[in-house]
Design a protein around this ligand. Structure first.
Ligand SMILES: Nc1ncnc2c1ncn2[C@@H]1O[C@H](COP(=O)(O)OP(=O)(O)O)[C@@H](O)[C@H]1O
Ligand SMILES: [Mg+2]
Length: 243
C-alpha cells in the first residue's frame, strides 16, 4: 500500500531469536513494513507464528536480534535507551490480551497511571481519565477496582489507559480473546473509530475474522515470516460502522 506521509515506525529486516543452542527459536525472520498515521492494521497468523513478538518489538518492549527500527527520523536498535523509553511513553499505547491492570488501583487510577508517570498534574490526569472512561460508557465504574469489573469492563479500562497520553500508535494484542463476542465487537469498533476519527495508527493482533471487515491492511504472518499483505473491508465498514 502506498502512503506518502512519513512512517511513525518502520521495521527493516527485523529478526528475533529467543534462546540459544538446542532451545533456539527463530520467532521472526526478516520482517519489514511501515506504519503511518491513520493506518488500521490487522496482524493475523497461527498460534506461535510470532505475532506477539512482532507487536512487542513495535511497542519497544523487546529489542530485535537483527535488523533496524526507525522511529520517526531516528534509528533505534535498543529498547533500553532513554530516547526509546520516552518514545514508548509518549507515542505508543499498548493493550494486552490479559488486560494487565494493577489490582491495587481503581479504574480511573489505572487509566491515569501513564499520565502520572509522565509528571502531568494528578488532578489533570484524573479529569482526563474520567473523560476517557466516560467516552467508553465506564464513568460509573471509575472508582471500582479490577476485581469488581467484568472482562469487558477491564478491557475498556485498558483501552482508556492506552489512550491517556494521546499516543500516535495503539498496539493491541488479541484484545477480544478473553471477551464475549458482543463486548469484543465493542472494543474493536472503539479501536477502529480511534484510527478513523483521530488519524492515529492502530495495530490489532487477532484471530477474530470479523476484524478483517473493519481494518485497512491485513498482514499475514506464518513461522515468523511476513507472508503477504491484503486490503481489509475498512471503506465499507466506515460507512456502516458496525461489525
Ligand atoms: N520469551 C520467549 N522465550 C523463548 N521462546 C519464546 C518466547 N516468547 C515466544 N517464544 C516462541 O517464539 C515463537 C513465537 O511466539 P509468539 O510471538 O508468542 O507467537 P504468537 O503470538 O503468534 O502466538 C513461538 O515458537 C514461541 O514459543
Ligand atoms: Mg500471541
Amino acid at each position: 500500500m502506498t502512503n506518502k506521509s512519513k512512517p511513525i515506525i518502520s521495521l527493516k529486516d527485523v529478526s528475533k531469536t529467543y534462546g540459544s543452542g538446542h532451545s533456539k527459536v527463530d520467532a521472526l525472520t526478516n520482517v519489514s513494513f511501515s506504519i503511518h498515521a491513520g493506518d488500521l492494521i490487522l496482524i493475523k497468523g497461527p498460534s506461535g507464528s510470532g505475532k506477539t513478538t512482532l507487536l512487542t518489538i513495535l511497542g519497544l518492549l523487546l529489542s530485535p536480534t537483527r535488523g533496524k527500527l526507525l522511529l520517526g527520523d531516528r534509528l533505534d536498535t535498543s529498547v533500553s535507551t532513554p530516547a526509546a523509553a520516552s518514545y514508548r511513553l509518549n507515542t505508543i499505547g499498548f493493550i494486552f490480551q490479559s488486560f494487565n491492570l494493577m489490582d491495587s488501583l481503581n479504574a480511573w487510577e489505572n487509566v491515569a497511571l501513564p499520565n502520572i508517570i509522565s509528571k502531568k498534574a494528578k488532578k489533570k490526569a484524573k479529569a482526563r481519565a474520567f473523560e476517557l472512561l466516560d467516552s467508553l460508557n465506564m464513568k460509573k465504574r471509575a472508582e471500582h477496582f479490577p476485581n469488581q469489573l467484568s472482562g469487558g469492563e477491564k478491557q475498556k479500562v485498558a483501552v482508556a489507559r492506552a489512550l491517556i497520553n494521546n499516543p500516535q500508535i495503539i498496539l493491541a494484542d488479541e484484545p477480544t480473546a478473553n471477551l464475549d463476542s458482543k463486548t469484543g465487537a465493542t472494543i474493536v469498533t472503539t479501536l477502529c473509530e480511534i484510527a478513523c476519527r483521530d488519524n492515529r495508527a492502530v495495530v490489532i493482533v487477532s484471530h477474530d475474522e470479523r476484524i478483517e471487515k473493519a481494518v485497512k491492511r491485513i498482514i499475514s504472518i506464518e513461522d515468523g515470516k511476513l507472508i503477504h499483505e491484503t486490503v481489509g473491508g475498512h471503506d465499507n465498514y466506515c460507512q456502516h460502522n458496525h461489525l
